[in-house]
Ligand binder design. Structure first.
Ligand code: FE2
Ligand code: FE2
Length: 493
């Protein structure tokens, strides 16, 4: 397995660890969201007037153009297409506040929460208040009209400052996060993010609003639900964003609840590469959460974890907060792990042991998946199997009944037979290992070994759809352009 001494040096430094711990404590992990009152009808029209307000130098809001509280604003979504086009979201009041690099993650219960994250050019934590408007999608027109027009809820979040590296050198950057809580399970929501300086609930007026276009997400089924769910697992993009741009709308149309990404989004992890990746992934990221783990090419841990708001796992060493995480999603238990150093792999063992032991007893869980960057089993001749993952984690996966371990790093596709104790397992037992490292990074040659069930060269690229339907699991690997089914397997428990 390839290790990055640069990465290791940073992650191992006391300064870096202090920074991460301190900023996590001060930032997204520590500050609870503020839930405000619903917006009154007509707020959108007021928001749409903010460009005029800015142009005219006024800070107060404007009277709604369509008439606040008119019957059509209170109507159901079936009447959206009959009413005249509603106001667009307000144009940016201040170009420095333009919403960039937007993405969604889960920090807590995916059935009732979601975290919305973005950046702006504002790097002063006191100069910007991240805010979100949100509402059940059933109450919002497809163009977002009612979101801006009234019946939306508001939430306020916080900023997290981190050191980043641009082509001009080291700079301060800030990610803004708003966590929405108290959501209804298994429900589509619409939202917009940004900020406004003040809002008068009596009149519905915004002042100095800079709000994004509407986005979407769906909350997960309630814990223990056996409702069908679909996810996408992908990994390894570095340098491949031209292909992501080409296919991103098709990817966004896959009816997945969320995406998981096994690392190597970037080539070296500097900010311009991240900006390009987030931009190319936009259609996906504006419509569903993406949960990542760090790859070896995210050489600057601060930038990776500075940008993603991830779960804080109870009992995990402070050195690894957000590096490893776990979520219950319906009847699925998903664990993300940091496989980037042998030291780190060993250090996560005590937490992983306790966590898997508890998770294995949860009657609401039918499927336990793990994801990491470095594969336990890979027959590719480029990197191959990680002996450290095999030594430290595989025995735990086997002991506590992990069903599938997903990884990337080798830019090809491979699925193993179920494995127990270093041998093919009896049918319907054992851990299945999937290497799906082909989200448009430079293709690698695949290979075949005793564990290999299916293997494809990376030149077709790849991603995997995970379909869970109660106690039936279907994994389907597709070529990057979606034209060829590379593999499909069904597992039942
Ligand atoms: Fe890698
Ligand atoms: Fe890679």
């Amino acid at each position: 397995m390839m290790q990055s001494s640069f990465f290791f040096g940073l992650r191992g430094s006391g300064l870096a660890r202090w920074w991460l711990t301190a900023t996590l404590a001060a930032g997204c992990a520590a500050k609870p969201p503020v839930q405000d009152a619903p917006l009154p009808a007509g707020a959108a029209d007021a928001a749409a007037g903010t460009a005029d307000a800015a142009a005219g130098g006024r800070t107060a809001g404007f009277a709604p153009r369509n008439g606040a509280g008119e019957a059509k604003d209170q109507a159901g979504p079936d009447q959206c297409k009959d009413s005249k086009p509603g106001p667009p979201p307000p144009p940016p009041h201040n170009p420095l506040e333009y919403v960039r690099n937007f993405h969604q993650t889960w920090q807590r219960d995916p059935s009732t929460t979601v975290t919305l994250t973005w950046t702006t050019n504002v790097t002063d934590l006191a100069a910007y208040t991240p805010r979100a408007l949100y509402a059940p999608a059933s109450e919002v027109c497809s163009d977002g009209r009612r979101l801006f027009a009234g019946q939306a809820l508001q939430a306020t979040g916080s900023g997290l400052q981190y050191d980043t590296i641009t082509w001009d050198g080291q700079q301060k950057a800030v990610t803004w996060t708003v966590e929405l809580t108290g959501l209804t399970p298994d429900t589509d929501y619409a939202f917009a993010v940004g900020t406004w300086q003040s809002h008068d609930p009596a009149t519905g007026h915004f002042a100095k609003a800079t709000l994004s276009q509407p986005g979407r997400f769906r909350t997960a089924p309630a814990k223990g639900s056996r409702a069908p769910m679909r996810f996408v697992m992908a990994g390894d993009s570095r340098g491949g964003t031209a292909n992501i741009y080409t296919h991103s709308k098709r990817f966004a149309a896959i009816p997945a609840l969320a995406w998981f990404f096994t690392g190597d989004m970037s080539s070296t992890g500097v900010q311009p590469q991240w900006d390009d990746w987030f931009e190319s992934m936009g259609p996906i990221l504006w419509t569903k959460p993406l949960m990542p783990v760090q790859g070896n090419h995210e050489m600057l841990a601060e930038i990776h974890y500075g940008q993603f708001a991830l779960p804080v796992a109870p009992g995990l060493s402070a050195d690894y907060l957000e590096h490893a995480w776990a979520l219950d999603i319906g009847n699925v238990h998903m664990i993300g792990l940091d496989s980037n150093t042998d030291e780190g792999i060993a250090d996560q063992v005590p937490w992983l042991t306790k966590h898997l032991e508890a998770a294995a007893k949860n009657p609401d869980t039918d499927w336990t998946f793990v994801m990491m960057h470095h594969p336990a089993y890979s027959a590719s001749t480029v990197h191959g199997s990680s002996t450290a993952v095999q030594k430290h984690w595989v025995p735990l996966f086997e002991k506590y009944g992990v069903d599938v371990a997903f990884a990337g790093h080798d830019h090809c596709y491979e699925r193993s037979v179920p494995i127990t104790a270093g041998k093919p397992a009896a049918a319907a037992t054992g851990v299945t290992y999937v290497v799906a490292g082909g989200f448009f990074a430079p293709p690698y040659k695949n290979g075949s070994d005793w564990w290999t069930a299916v293997s494809h060269h990376g030149n077709k690229y790849n991603y995997v759809e995970i379909s869970v339907n109660g106690k039936a699991l279907t994994l389907t690997a597709w070529s990057g352009d979606g034209a060829e089914k590379l593999d499909q397997v069904q597992i039942t428990r």
